[in-house]
Design a protein around this ligand. Structure first.
Ligand SMILES: [Zn+2]
Ligand SMILES: [Zn+2]
Length: 181
């Protein structure tokens, strides 16, 4: 089960679209587990929230074995800089773990037309598949059409599709099957 937790109110249609897409990508049931406040402990001094601290400090939701919890926020995120500096942060996931957070702060404007809302929803779904993929041990993928391709990559389409390549789909199916037995 994937439990979506919103850190502010989200549009019900956005969450319904996301639930459907996550189910299609992973074959796992998805539910909206409610709202939680953004944890103040994770707030940095530059208006951004520290990704690892956010998922560590946020109020917990009830989970069962192998549940994944996906937090959604519009607040910008930060992560510690690596040897190549700090990459633009779209999401943070506990690798092979239980919790991840996706930020909508870098998405193109949601707009009001049906087409721009559709693009925005697809982006939310893509970044969520990416974060959930890391929780199922998926690495970054060279295929720019795959949701595991890095979110900051210049090769990524302007309005990317929300799906996994065959390799990553099969790998996640294998991991999920193993976790269930
Ligand atoms: Zn990633
Ligand atoms: Zn892939």
């Amino acid at each position: 089960m994937i439990r979506i937790v919103t850190l502010e109110p989200f549009d019900a249609g956005d969450i319904a679209f996301l639930s459907r897409t996550l189910f299609q990508a992973f074959g796992l049931g998805t539910e909206h587990a409610g709202d939680r406040p953004l944890p103040a402990e994770a707030a940095g001094d530059d208006d951004r929230y520290d990704g690892p601290k956010l998922v560590a400090e946020v109020q917990p939701v009830k989970t069962f074995a192998d549940d994944k919890v996906l937090y959604l926020t519009s607040a910008p995120l930060s992560i510690a800089a690596g040897p190549l500096g700090e990459p633009p942060c779209w999401s943070y996931a506990q690798y092979g773990g239980e919790k991840a957070v996706v930020s909508t702060s870098r998405f193109p404007a949601r707009g009001v037309s049906e087409a721009s809302i559709e693009t925005w929803r697809k982006r939310l779904a893509r970044e969520s598949i990416h974060a959930v993929g890391h929780m199922w041990d998926l690495h970054h993928c060279y295929d720019a059409r795959c949701a595991m391709h890095p979110s900051w990559s210049p090769a990524l389409a302007q309005a990317p599709e929300a799906e996994l390549c065959n390799f990553d789909r099969e790998k996640s199916e294998r991991k999920i099957r193993l976790a269930k037995t």
